[in-house]
Design a protein around this ligand. Structure first.
Ligand SMILES: *[C@@H]1O[C@H](CO)[C@@H](O)[C@H](O)[C@H]1NC(C)=O
Ligand SMILES: *[C@@H]1O[C@H](CO)[C@@H](O)[C@H](O)[C@H]1NC(C)=O
Ligand SMILES: *[C@@H]1O[C@H](CO)[C@@H](O)[C@H](O)[C@H]1NC(C)=O
Ligand SMILES: *[C@@H]1O[C@H](CO)[C@@H](O)[C@H](O)[C@H]1NC(C)=O
Ligand SMILES: *[C@@H]1O[C@H](CO)[C@@H](O)[C@H](O)[C@H]1NC(C)=O
Ligand SMILES: *[C@@H]1O[C@H](CO)[C@@H](O)[C@H](O)[C@H]1NC(C)=O
Ligand SMILES: *[C@@H]1O[C@H](CO)[C@@H](O)[C@H](O)[C@H]1NC(C)=O
Ligand SMILES: *[C@@H]1O[C@H](CO)[C@@H](O)[C@H](O)[C@H]1NC(C)=O
Ligand SMILES: *[C@@H]1O[C@H](CO)[C@@H](O)[C@H](O)[C@H]1NC(C)=O
Ligand SMILES: *[C@@H]1O[C@H](CO)[C@@H](O)[C@H](O)[C@H]1NC(C)=O
Length: 728
């Protein structure tokens, strides 16, 4: 009898075989944590107090050639005959910021949208290969904050609202980064959920929601042996994250999970006093000086605090050892290249820039592959797609077909195709291949391409209608953008977080007017997060919709690959697209009279599809949704209980009967990418870990498996369930 049932859905994703090329994972054998820690301890034993403090402190916002840099010890040291270098850290998750001759990668949300561990890992590795080539010790990536509100400014950098998918993306990205000896930094801990008020708000999250949601991706990061974790600007439970012992301390959430690397502050995320932060568990402060929003509490203040006994010498040793251990673990003591660039001169000028090219043909191909395979085909009626190139005429419409606007600080502008959000996670592109250029180039180089292309590269509605009217096809490119709350950056009236979920620059009206005169209108969306698609998504004249996210520098070629069927679409939504913004369970806190507002996560476990399922709200397109140019059949589900039973022996808390688990109706617990040739079939195996069946029990502070059976759903999305079974 089933007292309780906790359904799991395993999302099966299928794509046609595609030759991914032969990128090889460079094998490097990291040292063990314990050996690395011993080496670090021996080194630290030979350091003076001020040398230790130098290793824990940033050089200053304008003083380091990297986004952040510590002070070097230039003498021979135990286990480090050449001394300990200034550690070079640099943004960010979508490419190297403030540097030229680098690749512009797709955002993290696009990586999630591939539902491909292979591509997530390859993206991390390629990013790290470029970081290594520039002499960066620590790349400030990945960002693993959950998308609580779809309007949050930086959601394009991380992996969406689902903790399990975010956890897999964190794990694979970090594995990729560290496989080439570069240190990863998972960020931002904890509860960094919006831009507005981020320097002061206090987030309140119940213990179970912490464990099952916001901590989960960090847990997977720790399992991937992440070198460092960055604490967030915001307060958690009334105390700033970077000075919060419950988060960072030796009995805090991270160390309890076995985290052995170091804890670094976000830039300026510290506030007086020094000893409180050092004792709470913070190991390193960046950028080292006071930068208006905060900072400047380590350095000489830390030396003084140690001299006066407010911070013990043993805590100082531990902090220094934590920072040095990952350097030994990844072999950065063995001839790691020093930085050869100067992020203060992103154009390559100045005496410190070596202009080292770290781009490669393989990285360009990878970016194009990820961009295409993260594009989600949402609608395809009347055989609209793929295009053939033999259509008589085609109108190409929208500001978004152009190259991005040049010369805006950290991409804080939207005057062309959106390939990134703005802020520190954005990069200064060497170039972007714009949709219009890729389309024209494809038309000129493809045999038998006969379509007459006419463009109106703006959102001017009369001009668009005029060219769309008599064409066989109308492509309408539209966008929306968000980014990081910067100094005073505001783009189209948005301060980081989006003000609403509408397309920018009258995009909805543009689509509507074009579709009123053209019965084969295909919409392509570049956006940092989900947008509303009403009322045009249901118009019979809108025959195609593609959500392409923020695809990086190969935006044009990737969308051509999808439009012309060179790549079979296999991207899936890593979030829900609602019919109405008010259908989402959580919103941004925009206005507050309190300068330190509280944000209570009262929706608890019910983010995104979990909430739409529980409240029975039909979305426009659900989590996991995505069409392809072929169809797939699912059959013969077998649930093999042997492994599960074997794993059951690990259960440490026995037969606690829970009448109600309080879990959402369905939870993602698996996804696999499968390459299938036409008409081929394959057996796909999902192994469900015992802990994927557990829930966090606050009273006992343990994971427990609720009594009863589990329903297992296998399908193409959270609502396209093809097979069901029961796991006893
Ligand atoms: C470091 O080791 C060297 C060589 O043994 C020694 O001369 C020096 O005093 C030590 N320095 C510190 C701060 O322990
Ligand atoms: C260590 O060497 C670097 C590079 O030569 C130099 O910039 C730095 O000032 C030196 N540090 C100290 C403490 O001497
Ligand atoms: C993490 O480190 C442990 C211990 O060194 C090792 O067994 C494990 O394979 C590592 N995991 C990854 C993903 O690197
Ligand atoms: C939050 O703060 C309250 C009051 O200070 C404390 O009792 C509680 O343990 C804290 N919870 C967490 C998760 O830090
Ligand atoms: C690097 O490139 C910049 C911009 O093209 C140029 O001004 C500078 O002289 C170059 N530096 C070196 C070392 O080649
Ligand atoms: C181009 O069209 C010709 C004539 O229909 C055909 O023979 C040829 O195979 C086509 N080429 C390609 C590359 O499709
Ligand atoms: C069409 O695209 C080309 C290439 O980007 C551009 O130069 C031209 O201004 C566009 N035409 C219109 C009417 O937007
Ligand atoms: C669809 O497009 C045709 C022109 O092809 C137009 O006559 C018709 O009114 C449009 N229908 C809608 C619902 O916009
Ligand atoms: C779309 O419009 C064209 C030209 O106006 C017409 O030939 C065609 O039949 C229409 N298609 C549909 C599906 O209505
Ligand atoms: C969206 O929901 C709000 C609040 O429920 C409602 O006022 C509004 O009319 C809805 N918008 C649409 C387009 O249905």
């Amino acid at each position: 009898m089933s007292l309780f049932s906790l359904p799991i859905f395993v999302l099966a994703l299928f794509s046609l075989a595609f030759n991914a090329g032969d990128r090889k994972v460079q094998s490097s054998a990291p040292r063990s944590w314990s050996e690395s820690r011993s080496l670090a301890q021996e080194l630290v034993a030979n350091l003076s107090t001020s040398e230790k403090v130098g290793i824990l402190t940033g050089q200053g916002i304008f003083s380091s050639r990297c986004t952040g840099g510590t002070y070097a010890v230039n003498r021979s040291l135990p286990n480090a005959p050449n001394g300990f270098p200034s550690l070079c850290m640099n943004d960010g998750p979508a490419g190297i910021r403030g540097v030229d001759l680098v690749t512009g990668f797709p955002g993290g949300l696009n990586a999630a949208s591939t539902f491909s561990r292979r591509l997530m890992q390859a993206r991390g590795q390629a990013l790290a290969e470029e970081a290594h080539g520039k002499g960066i010790n620590i790349i400030l990536a990945p960002q693993v904050d959950l998308m609580r509100s779809p309007k949050a400014g930086r959601v394009w950098e991380s992996f969406g609202p689902d903790p399990w998918l975010s956890g897999e993306a964190a794990y694979t990205t970090i594995s990729g980064i560290q496989s080439v000896g570069v240190q990863a930094c998972a960020k931002h801990f904890l509860g960094y959920i919006q831009e507005l008020w981020r320097y002061t708000y206090s987030v309140h999250i119940d213990d179970r929601t912490i464990h099952e949601m916001y901590l989960w991706p960090f847990m997977r990061a720790i399992e991937a042996n992440v070198s460092s974790i960055m604490c967030a600007y915001n307060q958690f439970n009334g105390t700033y994250s970077c000075g919060n012992e419950n988060l960072l301390g030796e009995n805090g959430l991270l160390r309890n999970l076995g985290f052995q690397g170091f804890l670094m502050s976000d830039w300026g995320a510290t506030h007086p006093t020094t000893s409180a932060y050092a004792r709470a568990g913070l190991d390193m402060e960046q950028p080292g000086d006071f930068i208006i929003i905060g900072g400047g509490i380590f350095g000489e203040s830390l030396t003084l605090a140690v001299d006066l006994g407010f911070v013990t010498q043993s805590r100082l040793n531990e902090m220094t050892t934590n920072v040095i251990t990952p350097w030994f673990r990844l072999g950065q003591d063995q001839g790691y290249p020093p930085p050869n660039y100067d992020s203060r001169n992103p154009d390559g000028g100045g005496p410190l820039n070596g202009n080292v090219t770290v781009r490669s043909e393989a990285h360009t191909q990878l970016v194009r592959e990820i961009a295409a395979k993260s594009s989600v085909l949402l609608k395809n009626e009347n055989g609209a797609l793929p295009l053939k190139g033999t259509e008589r005429s085609m109108a190409v419409i929208g500001l978004d077909v152009n190259p991005p606007q040049k010369g805006c600080d950290l991409n804080a502008c939207d005057g062309g195709v959106v390939v990134n959000g703005w802020g520190s996670g954005s990069i200064s592109y060497d170039f972007v291949v714009a949709p219009i250029d890729a389309l024209i180039s494809y038309s000129q180089t493809t045999p038998n391409f006969t379509t007459q292309i006419t463009n109106s590269s703006s959102n001017n509605i009369p001009a668009a209608v005029a060219i769309a009217k008599d064409k066989d096809v109308a492509l309408v490119f539209v966008n929306a953008m968000s980014g990081e709350l910067g100094a005073f950056q505001e783009v189209n009236g948005n301060f980081g977080d989006r003000n609403n979920m509408n397309l920018w620059y009258n995009g909805d009206k543009l689509i509507g007017e074009v579709a009123s005169v053209n019965n084969n209108t295909i919409v392509i969306i570049h956006s940092t997060g989900p947008v509303l698609m009403e009322p045009w998504s249901t118009s019979p004249n809108v025959t195609g919709i593609i959500y392409a996210g923020t695809p990086g520098e190969q935006a044009g070629p990737a969308i051509v690959d999808i439009l012309y069927g060179l790549v079979n679409p296999s991207g899936r939504l890593p979030f829900t697209i609602a019919k109405n913004a008010s259908d989402y369970p959580a919103d941004i806190l925009y206005l507050s009279l309190d300068p330190e507002p509280s944000i209570d996560l009262t929706e608890t476990l019910f983010l995104d599809y979990r909430s739409f399922d529980a409240r029975n709200i039909t979305p426009r397109y659900e989590f996991g949704y995505g069409l392809s140019y072929t169809s797939f059949e699912y059959s013969d589900l077998t649930i093999d209980p042997v492994n599960i039973l074997a794993n059951l022996q690990d259960v440490d808390v026995g037969n606690r009967l829970l009448q109600r688990s309080g879990e959402p109706p369905k939870l993602l617990r698996g996804f696999e990418e499968v390459d299938l040739a036409m008409s081929e079939s394959q057996i796909v195996q999902f192994s469900i870990q015992e802990r994927d069946l557990r829930i966090w029990d606050t009273p006992s502070q343990t994971w427990i498996r609720p009594a009863g059976s589990f329903e297992v759903y296998v399908g193409g999305s959270s609502r396209d369930i093809r097979l069901t079974g029961t796991l006893l």
